[in-house]
Design a protein around this ligand. Structure first.
Ligand SMILES: NC(=O)NCCC[C@H](N)C(=O)O
Length: 397
């Protein structure tokens, strides 16, 4: 069956979304590896799954179709070319050495699509490769992974993002997340659901993460540049979306190079066609460079206040910031806990973590209906409802 997927805004009625239910990959996290694997704690996995199931159910209750990444991946791995590509991807690792690579190739080649999916997502521990032998294998620590797990796959927004009827498969900056885009690419290249989708961007040299990309309005993107997306990544995506004719203006938005503000969507998300919820500490100091296309090249303006540049690019009088009015300490705490990382299910209807009590109260006071979800365990990976979802179909806003 052919589907016509399309996303032109952050707030049009959400119809279909791609999620990843966290699983065995989270059980790999230990106090020894959690920093490297980009988690701030060790989640209670069963509870994280319950929280995620409740998130998915809340979306279904609002008539959103939920697609699961592992289900799509498993379907994809029924096709031999996709299997070959997936296996080649993990074998292309400089740590392996020829002997272990050969052993691993044979091991992976024997797996069913379901088991291969599991290994691609949860990784492969040293002791799980029963056939392992040779110099590299023997010298590995028993805690090492032959294939690294992908606990951040949970944050499906970062590895792919839709712009109009095309998808951008990004280039993740952190080594612990690099392989996520290979899985996203397998799905978009080989799954029959996406057979008519042409990518507008594919993994490239420059770093670009989906959490930095906001579709402010049809034809207008804001792209954060900070810890994850580089100015070169913004430039690359701008060139591609301009060439496709899908976008006429890109705002490059510098953000602090900190873990707390790793993506633009950690400080700003949209809750209506002309309203954002924004971390108060930066709302009025954030700036933007307006990038447009001129005779096939990029034209870049001087830096201006973000809200002003955005309103102009969106052709609206004003992009309003919902006044979360919090004292600085509460604001900082709730920003860290992804209070600003809402997922709009439609205009003025958004999913948010319940723990951000004050931000949510202010959203409601401003007329936004808040669908509260629990996130005490999910949040240990430092991501909220928007990070955990890749919209693939929204109605026009
Ligand atoms: N868009 C987002 O802000 N995604 C959250 C990603 C969290 C993940 N642990 C990371 O550090 O990349």
């Amino acid at each position: 069956m052919t589907h016509a997927y399309r996303v032109d805004s952050e707030v049009g009625r959400l119809r279909t979304v791609l999620l990843h239910r966290p699983g065995a990959e989270l059980r790999r996290l230990t106090p020894r590896n959690n920093d490297q694997l980009l988690f701030d704690g060790i989640p209670w996995v069963g509870r994280a799954q319950q929280e995620h199931d409740a998130f998915a159910q809340a979306l279904r209750d609002h008539d959103v179709e939920v697609l699961y990444l592992t289900e799509l991946l498993q379907d994809t791995l029924e096709y031999q070319p996709a299997r070959d590509e997936a296996i080649a991807g993990v074998l292309d690792d400089s740590r392996l050495g020829d002997q272990l690579r050969k052993i691993l190739e044979a091991f992976l080649g024997d797996l069913t699509p379901e088991a291969l999916t599991q290994v691609l997502v949860a990784g492969l521990a040293h002791e799980e490769l029963k056939t392992g032998r040779g110099l590299v294998y023997q010298l590995m620590d028993r805690h090492d992974f032959v294939i690294d797990p992908l606990p951040n796959l949970l944050f499906t927004r970062d590895s792919s993002v839709w712009v109009g009827d095309r998808v951008a498969v990004t280039s993740l900056a952190m080594p612990a997340r690099e392989r996520e885009t290979a899985l996203a690419q397998l799905i978009y290249r080989h799954h029959p659901r996406f057979e008519n989708v042409a990518p507008v961007y594919e993994p490239a040299l420059e770093h670009l993460e989906g959490g930095d990309v906001l579709l402010l309005a049809p034809g207008v993107l804001a792209i954060g540049t900070g810890e994850r997306t580089t100015p070169a990544g913004v430039e690359r995506l701008a060139r591609q979306v301009f060439a496709s004719g899908l976008v006429h203006t890109v705002l490059a938005v510098p953000i602090a190079q900190d873990r707390a503000t790793m993506h633009l969507d950690t400080i700003c998300t949209m809750v209506d066609v002309d309203k954002v919820v924004m971390y108060p500490a930066v709302a009025y100091s954030l700036t933007a460079y307006t990038v447009t296309s001129e005779n096939g090249d990029l034209r870049v303006s001087r830096a201006r206040p973000f809200l002003e540049a955005a309103a102009q690019a969106m052709s609206i009088d004003r992009l309003s910031v919902i006044d979360t009015g919090l004292d600085p300490v509460t604001a900082e705490r709730e920003q860290w806990d992804d209070g600003n990382n809402t997922l709009a299910v439609g205009p003025r209807l958004a999913v948010a973590y319940e723990r951000n009590v004050e931000t949510n109260a202010r959203l409601e006071a401003a007329g936004i209906e808040v669908i509260r979800i629990e996130g005490s365990e999910l949040g240990s990976g430092r991501g909220g409802p928007r990070c955990m979802s890749c919209p693939v179909l929204r109605d026009p806003a």
